[in-house]
Design a protein. Structure first.
Length: 332
């Protein structure tokens, strides 16, 4: 690895329009930067391939006022700019009170130093943790190559057990499963205009070389989270080293109870599929029913139904079941 940044042009965009214009005029040569904790590491390590070029232009969006704001209106919900720091989400009093699951997840991202630099938008859009993607000498599918080296190689930690395809990477984001569980929407701006997509749509409309639906001249401008008053929320994450690592598996649960009956629930899993995975079958087990230990166990089993682990990551099935069981017990 080289650990030295290549030469690039740095542009401080003062408005969304200016950022979009710069991205559009430079095409694949340009990337958005805010915290830069993932992007700069990829550039230092010269991670590139037939369909992945090292950017020559970095468009800094931190100077755009609305990109770094957090606002909350009772009844309307939370509005978060993508350049909001993870530490702000972790420590915000309104977030901790109204959306505690967001603060829980933000507080478990990386190290203290990373949370003071990294942004919520960057966490959502970060690239895979697969060692073959991260190494410059492996032209894998994600980089436009013709092979997934992880499928028959090292895949113990950051790879899928559900919904994998030619590439077996797992979504590394902690914030994305939580936002999906909260029914959040993403506002995206680009040369073609502004569009709003659900979080499932943001990920499941991804292309073969990307993890999100963002086009080359688009970037996140806002995250909209509907009000969650009265809901019970929890985020649990298991990792190798508690102080720094990405999730081996995680579970985000947002439930609305009517007495001891589960009126509505969202269960979204991280670290086990190429995108935040909504455990719809587990949700159906619980909706409209009184939560009991037996029912919770049934839902935990249903959460990993259809799992097809790779030879070395089958442990994630039991791990995910355990996380779902613990999360559901805590909201019951």
């Amino acid at each position: 690895m080289l650990y030295e940044l290549p030469v690039f042009q740095h542009v401080d965009a003062k408005s969304v329009k200016e950022a979009v214009s710069c991205l559009h005029s430079n095409g694949e040569k340009a990337k958005v930067i805010a915290g830069g904790t993932d992007l700069l590491a990829l550039m230092k390590d010269r991670v590139e391939g037939p369909r992945l070029k090292i950017p020559e232009v970095l468009v800094n969006i931190k100077a755009i006022p609305e990109i770094s704001r957090v606002s909350y209106e009772p009844g309307a919900g939370l509005r978060v700019g993508p350049a909001v720091l993870l530490v702000q989400m972790e420590t915000s009093e309104v977030v901790k009170k109204e959306f505690p699951i967001l603060a829980q997840a933000a507080g478990q991202v990386g190290t203290t130093q990373l949370r003071n630099m990294g942004t919520i938008g960057g966490n959502i859009c970060q690239r895979p943790r697969c060692m073959y993607f991260r190494h410059p000498h492996f032209p894998c599918y994600k980089k436009g190559g013709t092979q997934c080296f992880a499928a028959a190689g090292e895949h113990r930690h950051y790879h899928s057990i559900l919904k994998d395809g030619r590439c077996v990477m797992a979504c590394p984001s902690d914030m994305a499963p939580v936002l999906m569980a909260l029914r959040a929407k993403a506002v995206i701006c680009g040369h073609a205009g502004e569009r709003v997509v659900s979080f499932p749509g943001l990920f499941q409309a991804a292309g073969p070389f990307t993890e999100t639906a963002l086009q080359a001249d688009e970037f996140l401008t806002e995250i909209q989270v509907p009000d969650q008053r009265g809901s019970r929320q929890v985020f649990l994450k298991h990792r190798i080293r508690h102080s720094t690592d990405f999730a081996l598996a995680s579970a985000a649960v947002v439930a609305r109870m009517a007495g001891d009956v589960c009126a509505d629930i969202r269960i979204v899993l991280g670290g086990i599929a190429p995108f935040p995975y909504e455990a719809a079958k587990a949700e159906e087990v619980l909706k409209g029913k009184k939560l009991s230990e037996k029912l919770i166990s049934q839902a935990a089993e249903a959460s990993v139904e259809g799992a097809r682990p790779l030879p070395m990551n089958g442990y994630k099935i039991d791990l995910t079941r355990a996380l779902v069981r613990r999360a559901l017990t805590s909201v019951s």
